[in-house]
Design a protein around this ligand. Structure first.
Ligand code: FES
Ligand code: FE2
Length: 272
């Protein structure tokens, strides 16, 4: 998983490292996602500083144009935009079997949902992020400002069910039933299966940036059958920053948990 779809535009290239590979992403004039190596094949200029012209990158150093035509020493990677998140497939890293498209969990229909994506960087590895997310018992202890009365109802091999009250204010909370699952090794998904916001999904993607560095890219795709939600959808631009803020607040704590676990593992002090 590379980034939020909305972070990549046709106005300006977007740069990010994934698994130690420098990447550049941009869009064609009709909005198609493009991702390629981040260093210019001529003399190595950073392509995140290139200009985008008619869907091609134009290198700042000597003007080489890199687009859909193959260029010696530089080739685009397969990329996928699911409307909320932008993906890149790096077949030469990770040793995983390439799929035609990423494995996506069930999401509410786009026309009836509000989505927001928050990114947090941490000094840890994806497995530390996934471990934190799959430890449901920490919620009420570690995030008392957000969760109360948490009960793990059913912890199976593939998924677990949690009953929890989301705190909206000091004495106001909404009880929900949430199902956690792992559709692929670096993703944990929470579906609200009962209660307020039923059908909403939170997808947590842990993207390896470099050894000991991970980006947590979390998409919240909120849905509610309540009439007020239709209004909230119309003002989604105003609601999104609040959603991002809520996710980031939780992740400031959660990243501390993941970083602590990584530090212990690195020093051989992890008990497990
Ligand atoms: S380094 Fe990009 S054109 Fe020379
Ligand atoms: Fe947490």
């Amino acid at each position: 998983m590379l980034a939020a779809s909305s972070e990549i535009t046709s106005a300006k290239p977007f740069g990010r490292h994934v698994a130690g590979q420098e990447l550049v992403a941009w869009r064609t004039p009709d909005g198609e996602l493009r991702v390629g190596p981040g260093a210019c094949p001529h003399l190595g200029a950073p392509l995140c500083d290139a200009a985008v012209d008619s869907g091609a990158l134009v290198c700042r150093w000597h003007g080489l144009s890199l687009g859909d035509k193959p260029t010696a020493g530089w080739k685009r990677y397969p990329a996928h935009d699911d409307g909320v998140l932008a993906w890149v497939r790096l077949d030469h890293v990770g040793g995983e079997v390439p799929l035609a498209e990423p494995v996506l969990p069930e999401r509410p229909p786009r026309a009836e949902a509000i989505s927001a994506v928050a990114t947090v960087l941490g000094r840890c590895e994806p497995e530390d992020v996934v471990f934190n997310r799959l430890d449901p018992w920490h919620g009420a202890w570690f995030h008392p400002y957000s969760f109360a009365e948490l009960r793990v109802l059913d912890a199976g091999e593939e998924e677990f069910l949690v009953e929890v009250t989301f705190r909206l204010a000091k004495n106001v909370g909404v009880p929900v039933l949430a199902r956690f699952s792992c559709p692929e090794p670096r993703t944990v998904v929470m579906h609200i299966v009962e209660g307020e916001g039923v059908g909403s999904v939170v997808e947590t993607h842990a993207t390896p940036i470099a050894p000991g560095r991970t980006a947590v890219i979390e998409a919240t795709i909120a849905h509610s059958p309540r009439p007020g939600f239709a209004y909230a959808r119309r003002v989604a631009g105003a609601v999104r920053p609040a959603m991002r803020w809520a996710a980031k607040r939780l992740w400031r704590d959660d990243i501390a948990y993941a970083e602590r676990r990584f530090a212990l593992r690195k020093d051989g002090r992890w008990p497990g």
